[in-house]
Design a protein around this ligand. Structure first.
Ligand SMILES: Cc1cc2nc3c(=O)[nH]c(=O)nc-3n(C[C@H](O)[C@H](O)[C@H](O)COP(=O)(O)OP(=O)(O)OC[C@H]3O[C@@H](n4cnc5c(N)ncnc54)[C@H](O)[C@@H]3O)c2cc1C
Length: 136
């Protein structure tokens, strides 16, 4: 399997999506161009392709509802990386947040850690020790 990832623009794909045939044609054009460029490095590759799947920011939005099709949370700039994002919302009792929007950068490992953080917060709230055990 080969995965090719590129920076691209939400507004472009989001508005293009309104025109289904053009959206589809553009995805096919991008796939063909990527394959042509890879072919230069791996001669014969194009003849071996069985399946191609093109994902746009619109696709990510459709599956996750992430703002503007973001594939991770906040961009980890020096300013953001040192910021602690609250896990609760004022006026909303018993509500705790976990996931890529409460940890700069996001990604699966940090999201898992943010779930652990919420358990720690709950333990502290309930006066219980936070303990972990290894799965057997
Ligand atoms: C193409 C791609 C490749 C990636 N590769 C990697 C990688 O290699 N390594 C890595 O660590 N991370 C990777 N990531 C990032 C990682 O997938 C995310 O950071 C992580 O999944 C975010 O977890 P989350 O629980 O915060 O949100 P999500 O996994 O987005 O879960 C949010 C869930 O909430 C649901 N939802 C949204 N709004 C509502 C609503 N109003 N009502 C009900 N449900 C709702 C969504 O449908 C979704 O199921 C990748 C992401 C993408 C898109």
């Amino acid at each position: 399997m080969i995965q090719a990832t590129f920076e691209t623009d939400w507004d472009y794909w989001n508005s293009l999506h309104a025109d289904a045939p053009r959206y589809q044609a553009e995805k096919e054009r991008v796939a063909a161009e990527v394959l042509a460029r890879l072919e230069a490095h791996y001669p014969g590759l194009a003849a071996q392709v069985e399946v191609t799947d093109v994902v746009t920011p619109y696709t990510t939005w459709r599956y996750t509802l992430n703002r503007r099709g973001a594939y991770e949370g906040w961009l980890p700039t020096p300013e953001v990386i040192t910021t602690t994002i609250p896990r609760t919302l004022p006026g909303l009792a018993d509500f705790y947040m976990a996931g890529q929007w409460v940890i700069p950068g996001g990604g699966v490992p940090t999201c898992l850690n943010s779930g652990r953080d919420v358990v720690r917060i709950l333990c502290r709230r309930d006066g219980r020790p936070f303990v972990t055990s290894r799965p057997r």
